[in-house]
Design a protein. Structure first.
Length: 355
């Protein structure tokens, strides 16, 4: 087979889709030494901001679209085209494998601007009928996709992503830190986390700081305004995007990891926290409860009181912390990139056979 993979999302700061694609191709290289892979990217000839990832194997090569010709021109010889983006027309003479990581535009429309919602909806309606196979990363995403779009369930495959090896327990001293990792935007529910933290500081007098690690997203101003309003500027620490091993160290140092998101297609930070040996509080909605299983405390993300109570339980109950840490280690082992790569490769073979 000749397999084209859209890797445009890996050329900038790798969150979400970018990290997913990079991890996938690195592990496809480990399990498949025979088939040829062509990595489609798009950049200008002189472009210092976008950097191509290192080729993971001898059977991999770059196809760089310097002049915006599109995948149909640069990948016209491939058998399979795999993309997680919906904005470009796929090559006409191949089988399309589409990854849909979430359906936020429908399931949680407050997570995007109206223009973005309309654009994503239009693009999905155009590309979904062309797909021979659709890969989703959770039962939640599959359920939402089938609810909102006329997709044949028989072509949808659930492939859980893995957790990268640098997220593991580190022998470091725990700090008085309550940690959140993720883009600062309304969907992540950071404002309710700050309100819960405010109660813990002022009524329960905890010594901990709240650390928020992530890039500024859209409509993030309310988070910073709330911190000032509650006079927590010395208690809430913001750190911009941190990659890989450096981020893993922060997970390991935290006493509690809190991820109260209103909606996730998968929720990578939950699994990263499990693998790093930190107890987790997360939402009982969307894929968060599916991914967490019984290894985390689940709360209604709308309830500041439940968030506060769950964090306090983990700060005060050592045996509960240790129990959830152990359950988290076990749960993290359920998410393997090697297994995910094998399952995606099987989807490629299915799609080619369905042609």
């Amino acid at each position: 087979m000749k397999i084209g993979i859209d890797i445009r999302s890996t050329l900038k700061q790798r969150t979400g889709i970018g990290q997913y694609i990079l991890s996938l191709i690195n592990h496809l290289a480990k399990i498949d030494l025979e088939n040829k892979y062509f990595l489609y990217s798009k950049k200008k000839i002189i472009d210092r901001k976008r950097k191509l990832p290192k080729l993971p194997g001898q059977n991999f090569s770059h196809r760089i679209d310097y002049f915006s010709f599109g995948p149909d021109k640069l990948l016209k010889d491939v058998d399979i085209y795999h993309t997680s983006s919906f904005d470009l027309k796929p090559p006409q003479r191949c089988q399309l494998v589409l990854t849909v990581q979430d359906v936020i535009n429908k399931a949680y429309p407050k997570g995007h601007t109206q223009d973005t919602i309309k654009t994503i909806d239009r693009q999905l309606k155009e590309v979904l009928p062309l797909a021979k196979r659709i890969v989703v990363d959770s039962e939640c995403t599959k359920r939402d996709l089938l609810k909102w779009y006329p997709v044949d369930e028989r072509i949808v495959r659930i492939v859980y992503p893995g957790v990268n090896p640098w997220f593991s327990w580190q022998d470091v001293k725990k700090q008085d830190i309550i940690l959140f990792v993720g883009t600062i935007e309304p969907r992540k529910n950071i404002e309710n986390l700050i309100r819960a933290f405010d109660i813990l500081k002022k009524q329960y007098h905890i010594a901990h700081k709240l650390m928020i690690i992530g890039m500024k997203g859209w409509m993030c101003e309310g988070v910073f305004s709330l911190v000032k309003e509650l006079k927590l500027t010395q208690e809430v620490i913001f750190k911009d995007f941190i990659a890989n091993e450096n981020l893993a160290a922060w997970y390991s140092q935290a006493q509690v990891f809190v991820y109260p998101s209103f909606y996730e297609g998968f929720g990578f930070p939950i699994v990263e926290a499990f693998a790093s040996g930190v107890p987790v509080v997360t939402s009982n909605v969307s894929s968060c409860q599916e991914i967490a299983g019984e290894a985390a405390l689940l709360v209604d993300p709308q309830s500041v009181e439940q968030l506060k109570d769950a964090i306090l339980r983990l700060l005060e109950d050592k045996s509960l912390r240790e129990s959830l840490i152990n359950k988290g280690f076990v749960r993290a082992k359920s998410f393997s990139w090697e297994r995910a790569a094998k399952e995606v490769f099987s989807v490629y073979k299915e799609a080619l056979g369905a042609g």
